[in-house]
Design a protein around this ligand. Structure first.
Ligand code: PMH
Length: 385
């Protein structure tokens, strides 16, 4: 018997047309010389690395960016040949394999270069971007002296090609531009320390790319808004084009029952029926990223908003239904149903977090169904393939 792509009534839908649209819309507002990194780390913020990478590249993105070596390797193994920048720290002992796989590494220590130099096969140069910390306080060099030392070391060691340099903003998603301006001027000042400025200079994340042309240099790193999500609620009114959320999260009723006044639901029996009520059970739980703090959150069924009652379990969630509905009825947890809509931002608000965290949390147990031109074009399942 031929296997199907998945065997459960819970799935995420990813609208690839929306991702294409956001990349294209960004390119439309950028000057021609400014290139685009599509940031597809963390499995493309939960949307699926290779599917998003392919879509972004076909919409005109020039490069990909991920956080870790394994993420880059995953893309190469799935056939992606485009340049990939690893934004986080890579171990020096992995430098040779990085060069072999044509991955670009982020560097921010002279010692790292010395160690990596021992590993590298001198016939294959390693492309690197120098990370400058202008106020984010994570990784990056902080002084012109370090730039000079690193540039000199690289000029004497042919194993490396210093292709780029970049920094990252801590507050580009704020309405207050003060800290952004400080970081930008620190970056501009430090860039003067290069004897030869690298070919690719970049600083902007989505928030900066969509609002602050003065920080473009010649590339931007486009993450959250490629997925149709605003970098923060406060800057949403300032965005240059409307965003269309790419992800939806759906499930189906697997059980429907009537309970009587006083009957209880879920671990800890935190919910008690106040009269005769209909309860529906959904096959999704905290192991899918649908976490316990979502108790009380509304979901969409039969075009209406209904609440989650009782505690969310590892694999199941219970909702209060307006009436008896058939098993198999579709339930939307994120996305639209009829005239109703639940945004990622609504879930983020309930969880007292940001939209980034909500999409990253959808676990690999949830199959991803890819939609393009209104049709299912691919299904991916992190568990079986
Ligand atoms: N560049 C770097 C170095 C990043 O860390 C990120 C996002 C981006 C670009 C893309 O930013 P955007 O999604 O706002 O467009 N990094 C993270 C992070 O580490 N935590 O939340 C977002």
């Amino acid at each position: 018997m031929e296997l199907q792509s998945f065997y459960r009534d819970t799935w995420a839908e990813i609208n690839l047309d929306h991702i294409f649209y956001h990349v294209q819309s960004l390119i439309n507002i950028l000057p021609e010389e400014v290139k685009v990194f599509a940031v597809v780390k963390a499995n493309a913020y939960g949307h699926g690395d290779v599917q998003v990478a392919r879509t972004a590249l076909s919409a005109g993105a020039n490069f990909l960016a991920v956080a870790t070596f394994d993420e880059a390797l995953s893309l190469r193994q799935k056939g992606i040949k485009a340049p990939i920048l690893i934004l986080g720290a890579t171990r020096p002992q992995d430098a040779a394999l990085a060069a072999e796989l044509d991955l670009t590494l982020t560097v921010f220590q002279l010692d790292w270069l010395k160690q990596a130099n021992e590993e590298l096969n001198k016939s294959k140069r390693l492309r690197i971007h120098l990370k400058i910390d202008t106020g984010m306080g994570r990784i990056g060099i902080k002084s012109g002296k370090e730039i000079e030392e690193i540039e000199e070391y690289i000029s004497e060691h042919s194993a490396f090609y210093l292709e780029g340099t970049f920094t990252h903003f801590a507050q580009a998603d704020s309405l207050d531009k003060t800290y952004y301006n400080q970081q930008l001027s620190t970056f501009e000042e430090l860039l003067k320390s290069f004897k030869q400025r690298p070919e690719i200079v970049h600083s902007s994340n989505s928030a900066a790319a969509l609002r602050y042309p003065e920080g473009y240099f010649n590339a931007v790193r486009f993450g959250i808004s490629m997925y149709g999500l605003t970098p923060s609620l406060e800057i949403e009114p300032e965005l240059p084009y409307p965003l269309k959320q790419a992800i939806s999260l759906k499930t189906k009723l697997v059980h429907v029952k009537k309970i009587q006044k006083g009957e209880k639901v879920g671990y800890g029996s935190t919910y008690e029926a106040s009269g005769e009520e209909w309860i529906g059970t959904l096959p999704i739980g905290y192991a899918d990223g649908w976490i316990r703090k979502l108790q009380g959150q509304e979901v969409l069924v039969d075009g209406q908003r209904v609440p989650i009652v009782g505690r969310v379990c590892m694999d199941q969630t219970t909702i209060k239904l307006p009436s008896s509905l058939p098993v198999g009825t579709e339930v939307t947890l994120i996305g639209s149903q009829g005239a109703e809509y639940i945004s990622v931002n609504e879930i983020a608000k309930k969880l007292e977090t940001i939209n980034y965290e909500v999409t990253c949390m959808v676990s690999n147990r949830v199959p991803r169904v890819y939609i393009q031109g209104g049709e299912i074009v691919e299904v991916s399942n992190g568990l079986i393939s």
